[in-house]
Design a protein around this ligand. Structure first.
Ligand code: HEM
Length: 533
């Protein structure tokens, strides 16, 4: 690693910039009389990201506050004209009603360059995405989550009890991003690779070590992922730049192949994703009746818009490995970010922490020693309110992107019309919606009551979209909510939490990471419940 690897990334950027320099101009929005963020030479709106001045999300959403009262504004991604949507109703048109014009994400990784990440839904385009999505959807229904809950809950319960034993009567200082990444790693390793690991006590296991590299949002790995959002997949292909190193890809495919072989040979059934894909191979993976009853996993869960089908999806071991790796990619950073911010807010607001603990204690009493179930967790109202409010205040992905695939006309309030051209980029600033005082009064106040039964009807439609929206929304929203709530349940059942001296309060955000995280870590003291801190 080192200079050569960085060079292998910079050469394509420079070549692409020079090419764009000769083929596009910065007069685009001026000629069309659309308000736009003044571009930096060559980099457009991206220079503050490259120079480390602004977080990628903050650099992208500048136009929202700069041009209030508009339905959209312009900015340049390098030299490509891009639109920022200010009006949630227009966002809905792009994401749902006229989805056919905006089927693709801006990031594309081609499978012939990167066989594993190129098969990740997030990076797929057009027909390949449609086929992949409809094949994967039946694996994320309520009943499949309920079956998987047993694996997840046993792991989290055990992990928190072991932590409580480690702490004993003392208060224990922990960096939570690290803790939650380990927990997330072990959960995804269990439910998607069928392997049990304990990264809290054995961080040297292969899955954690490799997962750390695969999911890094900083350093060269994070930079390459960021580049996939601004440089076309064909440029990566031309220069042979891979995001996932080949030896890591080979490791994951090998694990899946061995596990599948073993399960077939010994007829092993385990309620995890490998089992679901083995069923899909035999055309046996379907939605079942219980899915209808279990649809509601919480306020934030998104709906599935595409017709699910597994017909014609002959998953190879490589396909299964690719899906499993995609869960590392999409699931660990995001859920550990939400969990870290829940704890940050609950330490700032101890009354909310106590209220959540009261609900947890009540549920534990009612369980009378029986294990926690998926249904019981879904019914915990205050838990849902706390998680929903955290997803509003600190949405892990602050923007949702689409690429225009068929020309489309936008109209502003004053009647100005503009036709978005094929290849142009659309950004939906969900973070700006979530923090707009017109939609959420006093938006910087952490207030779970916004999501209470009495208040939630006041939330304006389409302004709350932490998991995106429409056919391309987050396929893992049920899993993410189940995992987040389960960790919070066992964590607050065992511990009370407060800031350690090392924690920056108010938080200082890391501008160089793709998702939101604390610059100097999330530092907390854990004290076993009943023990005074
Ligand atoms: C709190 C945790 C999470 C948040 C906030 C989150 C958020 C998002 C968002 C905003 C998108 C883009 C949606 C759009 O373009 O409209 C997305 C896509 C996606 N997420 Fe998540 N996510 C989370 C957890 C997960 C988990 C646990 C998984 C899987 C195990 C997952 C898998 C995916 C995949 C595969 C996509 C791409 C879907 C497609 O292109 O069809 N996510 N997520």
């Amino acid at each position: 690693m080192g200079v050569l690897e960085w060079l292998a990334v910079f050469v394509p950027i420079v070549t692409y910039l020079l090419y764009r320099w000769s083929t596009a101009t910065y007069d685009y929005f001026r000629e069309k009389k659309i308000p736009f963020v003044k571009p930096y030479p060559l980099f457009g709106a991206l220079w503050p990201i490259f120079s480390g001045k602004l977080h990628p999300v903050d650099a992208t959403i500048l136009g929202y506050d700069m041009f209030p009262g508009r339905r959209f504004s312009g900015f340049f991604t390098f030299r490509t004209p891009s639109y920022l949507i200010h009006d949630p109703a227009l966002a809905k048109q792009v994401l749902i009603k006229d989805f056919d014009h905006f089927t693709d994400h801006t990031s594309t990784i081609l499978p012939d360059v990167d066989p594993v990440l190129g098969r990740n839904l997030f990076f797929m385009d057009g027909q390949r995405w449609r086929h992949g999505r409809s094949g994967l959807s039946p694996a994320f229904t309520g009943s499949k989550m309920r079956n998987m809950f047993v694996l997840l809950s046993n792991y989290v319960d055990g992990a928190m009890k072991r932590l409580a034993q480690d702490a004993g009567p003392r208060k224990m200082e922990l960096e939570l991003r690290d803790l939650f990444q380990k927990v997330g790693n072990d959960i995804i390793t269990s439910i998607s690779f069928g392997v049990d690991v304990d990264s809290i006590h054995n961080p040297n296991n292969e899955f954690y070590k490799r997962g750390q590299k695969v999911t890094a949002t900083g350093g060269i790995q994070g930079f390459k992922v960021f580049l996939t959002t601004v440089i076309p997949g064909s440029v990566f292909k031309f220069f042979g730049v891979k995001v996932l190193p080949k030896e890591a890809a080979d490791f994951y495919v090998d694990v899946i192949s061995k596990t599948v072989k073993q399960r077939e040979e010994y007829k092993i059934v385990r309620p995890d994703f490998i089992h679901l894909f083995m069923q899909a191979r035999k055309n046996e993976l379907k939605e079942d009746k219980a899915d209808e009853e279990l649809k509601d996993a919480g306020y934030s869960t998104v709906e599935e818009h595409l017709q699910s089908t597994t017909r014609g999806n002959q998953h190879t071991d490589l396909d299964i490995a690719a899906v499993a790796v995609s869960f590392f990619f999409g699931g660990i950073e995001t859920t550990s970010s939400v969990l870290s911010f829940v704890l940050y807010e609950l330490c700032l607001n101890p009354t909310i922490q106590h209220k959540l603990q009261d609900e947890i204690d009540l549920v534990r009493d009612q369980l009378e020693g029986n294990p926690l179930s998926y249904e019981v967790l879904q019914k915990m109202k205050y838990m849902d309110m706390v998680v929903s409010e955290t997803l509003r205040r600190w949405a892990p992905l602050g923007i949702v992107s689409r690429k225009c695939v068929k020309p489309y006309t936008f109209e502003d309030h004053d009647g100005t019309k503009v036709t978005v051209e094929k290849g142009h980029i659309i950004q939906i600033p969900l973070q700006s919606f979530h923090r707009d005082p017109n939609f959420f009064p006093d938006p910087y106040r952490f207030d779970p009551e916004r999501f209470s039964d009495e208040n939630k009807h006041k939330i304006k439609q389409d302004t709350y979209i932490p998991f995106g929206s429409g056919p391309r929304n987050c396929i893992g929203s049920r899993l993410a909510l189940m995992q987040t709530k389960c960790v919070l349940f066992y964590l607050f059942a065992n511990f009370s939490v407060e800031f350690s001296e090392k924690m920056d309060v108010p938080i200082k955000l890391n501008k160089m990471a793709l998702s939101y995280t604390a610059q100097n870590g999330f530092w907390f003291h854990f004290a076993a419940r009943g023990v005074k801190t």
